[in-house]
Ligand binder design. Structure first.
Ligand code: ADP
Length: 498
């Protein structure tokens, strides 16, 4: 894995691009050039330069994908779930075989360190394995109507599903939506983010090679406005899975409302990591670092607020500062511990949040400025940043920054910790570090979030349902809950005579 990935990384640094990258949409089981011939550029955030061109699709490309998916939908819905599962299992095997190339492309397109991209590809393979098996679990109920009646339910696929994918986890988010949708018997049109279109395209082609019939999974690339909006508002689409910002989620929900299309929204977060005084501080420090500096903090479920007992605040914060300052920064393909932000626009958004905190006189313990790859003097980097003792109503506490910025909120009592943890409009995840079993589960019960991690931030896997409360969205992905999201229940009640 490492040898092949490093060979591809060397190819990129030698040539400025990679051979064999997709440039077209993937529609009806083949590469399709954009109807209107328009293209756009995708960028390498580590060097701040364009490295490839891809299709800038619009409503006409979406129409072609919808035609194909509608044609393919009937047979796919009638394919036995075990047969659907076999194709997903072959896709998982192909993902593992092609992991080095996929990881390099993911790292290049998103900027994330190669090791993280390798983890994402392994996670995507695991997602397909899980839903390959889970396809067999879709079953209905029978209802107790008495001797003269027969009552039962049929689990049906919802039909054509749209998947609007963000730029921070392009392959993993595509996989976690597409795999359960296919397992449930739905067809798919995915629209990856315009910043990171590559791996969703490669996934669709790989699924086709795994035996997925033409038209069952299509990928159309382009901007949110030109390609995403026409997809979401297309009347043939029966479900939209959207992962992205709150405002775009609201727009998507409004567009989908016109056709009464169901939506699953996975939006932002401002997730707290609550550390009680009795916690294992080594584990807590490791967990907090990963929670906020993995993928340079560009994670919906990042632990961006450290809610910490004042008695251990000084010690933990000084250890965090030391560790943050020792992270190696660099181009994702050179295997750093910390990579760039995904785009220059996003870099200025993150910088503006921190400038605001500075102007309001908050204490920035480390970081706080844009920076560059020390090896090349290039790239869209922002320093790992820790802001201390921010008031609960400060914008850096309330607003999602989506970057490597940890905000510290000390507390004196468990009651206060809970109030701080719940004190934003978001409710995606929370972390709790303590050795006190009852305190851990009291907080898990009382924190308003879709999931709570105890003593290991990001604990869990594809088996665990994932989604938000409040402004973080609704609906659950992952786990068997995702199969429900892509299924609908038909009830049949019959009088059979007495
Ligand atoms: P960001 O602001 O960080 O780019 P967005 O939430 O706007 O994040 O983007 C997430 C995804 O939503 C991307 O694939 C983007 O192209 C898409 N998108 C943006 N606007 C719309 C829209 N109006 N309809 C459908 N998809 C959209």
């Amino acid at each position: 894995m490492t040898v092949e990935a490093d060979r591809l990384a060397a190819e990129y640094f030698d040539t400025g691009t990679l051979s064999g990258l997709p440039a077209d949409h993937f529609i009806d089981g083949r590469w399709c050039p954009p109807v209107h011939g328009r293209t756009m550029e995708t960028f390498d955030p580590g060097l701040g330069r364009a490295y490839h061109q891809f299709a800038a699709g619009d409503a006409d490309d979406i129409a072609a994908a919808v035609d194909s998916a509608v044609r393919a939908g009937r047979d796919w819905a009638r394919t036995r779930p075990a047969g659907r599962g076999n194709i997903l299992a072959r896709a998982a095997a192909l993902l593992r075989e092609e992991a080095p190339r996929l990881a390099v492309i993911e790292s290049l397109d998103s900027g994330k360190p190669l090791a993280e991209a390798e983890g994402d590809v392994a996670g995507a393979a695991r997602t397909f394995e899980y839903y390959a098996a889970a396809a067999n679990t879709l079953q209905g109920d029978s209802f107790p109507l008495g001797h003269d009646y027969l009552g039962y339910s049929i689990i049906e696929p919802v039909g054509l599903t749209a998947h609007i994918i963000p730029w921070n986890y392009p392959l993993s988010t595509a996989a976690r939506g597409i795999a359960p949708a296919l397992a449930a018997g739905c067809t798919v049109i995915a629209k990856p983010a315009e910043q990171t279109p590559m791996t969703a395209l490669l996934l669709a082609e790989l699924l086709h090679r795994a035996g997925l019939p033409a038209g069952v999974c299509n990928v159309v690339t382009g901007t949110g406005g030109q390609a995403g909006a026409p997809l979401v508002r297309h009347p043939a689409v029966r479900h939209v899975s959207f992962t992205g910002s709150v405002q775009t989620g609201i727009n998507v929900m409004q567009e989908a409302a016109a056709n009464v299309t169901r939506v699953l929204l996975e939006l932002g977060g401002k997730s707290p990591v609550v550390v009680l005084a009795d916690a294992d501080l080594d584990a807590a420090v490791e967990g907090i670092l990963g929670a906020i500096f993995e993928n340079a903090g560009q994670i919906c479920s990042a632990g961006s607020r450290l809610v910490i007992d004042r008695r251990i605040h000084g010690e933990v914060v000084s250890r965090l500062v030391e560790r943050a300052e020792s992270l190696t920064i660099g181009h994702g393909l050179r295997r750093p511990q910390f990579g760039p932000l995904n785009s220059v626009e996003h870099l200025s958004r993150v910088a503006a949040h921190v400038e605001g905190a500075r102007a309001r006189g908050l204490s920035i313990l480390t970081g706080g400025r844009p920076t560059m790859d020390p090896q090349t003097g290039k790239g869209w980097f922002f320093e790992p940043t820790i802001i201390d003792a921010a008031p609960a109503d400060d914008p850096v506490v309330q607003q999602e920054i989506f970057g490597p910025v940890l905000v510290v909120q000390p507390f004196d009592t468990e009651e206060e910790a809970l109030a701080l943890a719940n004190g934003t409009d978001y409710g995606l995840v929370a972390g709790v570090y303590t050795r006190d079993f009852s305190a851990a589960h009291r907080l898990a019960r009382d924190i308003d979030a879709g999931q709570v991690f105890i003593n290991e931030y990001f604990a869990g896997g594809i088996e665990v349902p994932f989604g938000g409360n409040k402004m973080s969205g609704f609906g659950r992905e992952k786990g068997l809950a995702a199969l429900d999201a892509y299924s609908r229940v038909k009830s049949v009640a019959a009088r059979i005579g007495g």
